[in-house]
Design a protein around this ligand. Structure first.
Ligand code: SAH
Length: 421
């Protein structure tokens, strides 16, 4: 396969990996030798979710002792405020008598745990509502951790049903179901949650050249056996034809078609069955270029070295997600994490927790985690919140005809200040 010189995106490779770690690299090299360079999306999918050697399948190191830390792992307040967001939307939408909480990529299960604690504390508000939890998780390793966290081990595998691979009951008595794909989650009024999920989905990378758009591919370095490097496709590929928007101005673009498909599904489901989706991730609104990177032991890691041993991630392009809803729903955001959490009342919550904690170590920990979540230099500015809501949530259908007939619609919390009675 003829290949062009490596584009600017190429980074030097790190040293050789250990024997177990080298298995996925060997597999990928065999694949390249057999069928030519891989798209970055194929490479990323294998590195993250290969059934035997993928990063999430085998390692999935979220938390202090792992490879990267996420907001729910930093502070329980984060999940509690998200739990309040769902309750506030449930109330604003007329308190339907049942809803599903559907989380995509639940990690260690901490976020759902914190949300369910809030649901339990507000049990009197939710007393007439039938709540169930539906987790979409591809990693067997992480699903076990989630089961332990959420049910204390009260789960059963579900071999007779292809789509629901595990079932359990939460510590607070709510039924929980596990799936590999959002399409398997039953239809119905649902609140969706995707925290640091879309950034883990495979991206294609493109570079503008004098001859037009070319796809960035992963090839074997001819100088060093079993070392990978980036190259540009010698001609256009199906992806360059289909995934670049005609109005694109950037010279280097990352596109995540899988995120687009999931977004379309979410928008269709919300349009048809009602509910809302909250997406939180680091990202941009269609402005950034080369954001593909790896993390191992909380340090940046060369994306092409020792695949399967590091978390690979790319910033979420919210403008693309918005486009993919095809206006089936209203979208709000992206707004910065620190604005969203401030609107949700994080300052008040911090004050209450500080007043209730006697020892200095706990108080310091509370202040430290608040700073991590809110400081613009830390997670406050680079993480964003984005929501999908049914159109009628923001625009009353009959408002034009009878403007005085209904009370005004409540503002959406987080994107506005929380007003909860
Ligand atoms: N939401 C968690 C975890 C983020 S890590 C947190 O914020 O802490 C990404 C999560 O998505 C992991 O649970 C990973 O196993 C899962 N995941 C990655 N790719 C997936 C896919 N294609 N389908 C379903 N889950 C996936």
């Amino acid at each position: 396969v003829p290949t062009a010189p490596a584009p600017a995106a190429a980074r030097p490779c790190a040293g050789p990996a250990g024997a177990a770690e080298a298995a996925l690299l060997q597999h990928l090299c065999r694949k390249v030798r057999a069928t030519g360079p891989l798209t970055v999306a194929e490479y990323m999918r294998e590195a993250l979710t290969n059934p035997a050697q993928g990063y999430y399948t085998r390692r999935g190191g979220i938390g202090d002792s792992g490879d990267f830390i996420t907001s729910p792992e930093i502070s329980q307040v984060f999940g509690e405020l998200i739990g309040i967001w769902y309750i506030s939307e449930w109330m604003a939408m007329g308190k339907p008598n049942t809803f599903q909480l559907v989380e995509l990529g639940p990690g260690r299960g901490t976020l759902t745990e914190d949300i369910l604690r809030v649901f339990n504390q507000l049990a009197s508000v939710l007393s007439k509502c039938d709540v169930s939890v539906h987790l979409v998780e591809v990693s067997p390793k992480l699903s076990k951790i989630q089961a332990r966290m959420l049910t204390g081990g009260k789960v059963q595998p579900n071999p007779e049903d292809e789509s629901v691979y595990m079932k359990g009951i939460s510590k607070t008595g709510i039924p929980i179901f596990w799936y590999r794909d959002i399409q398997d989650v039953p239809p119905g009024y649902s609140f969706y949650l995707a925290h640091e999920f879309f950034d883990a989905l495979p991206i294609h990378k493109f570079q503008r050249t004098e001859k037009g758009w070319r796809e960035v591919l992963v090839d074997i370095d001819p100088e060093v056996p079993d070392r990978l490097r980036f190259v540009l496709s010698p001609s256009s590929t199906p992806a360059t034809e289909n995934f670049i928007q005609p109005e694109e101005m950037r010279d280097h673009v990352e596109v995540c078609p899988e995120a687009g498909v999931i977004m379309q599904r979410l928008a269709c489901r919300i349009e048809k069955d009602g509910g809302a989706a909250l997406v939180a991730d680091y990202g941009h609104d269609g402005t950034k270029t080369d954001t593909f990177r790896g993390f191992r032991n909380h340090k940046l890691h060369d994306v092409l070295s020792a695949p399967g041993t590091a978390d690979l991630t790319a910033d979420v392009d919210f403008s693309y997600l918005r486009k993919m809803t095809r206006e089936r729903t209203t979208t709000l955001g992206p707004i910065k994490q620190r604005e969203f959490l401030k609107n949700m009342g994080i300052d008040l919550r911090l004050q209450v927790l500080l007043q209730n904690s006697r020892d200095t170590a706990t108080r310091e920990q509370l202040l430290h985690s608040y700073d991590m979540l809110m400081n613009p230099e830390k997670m406050g500015d680079c993480f964003n919140f984005f929501a999908l809501l049914p159109h009628h949530r923001l625009v009353q259908a009959d408002k034009k005809d009878k403007p005085e007939s209904k009370s005004p619609l409540p503002p959406v919390a987080g994107f506005n200040e929380l007003l909860m009675k």
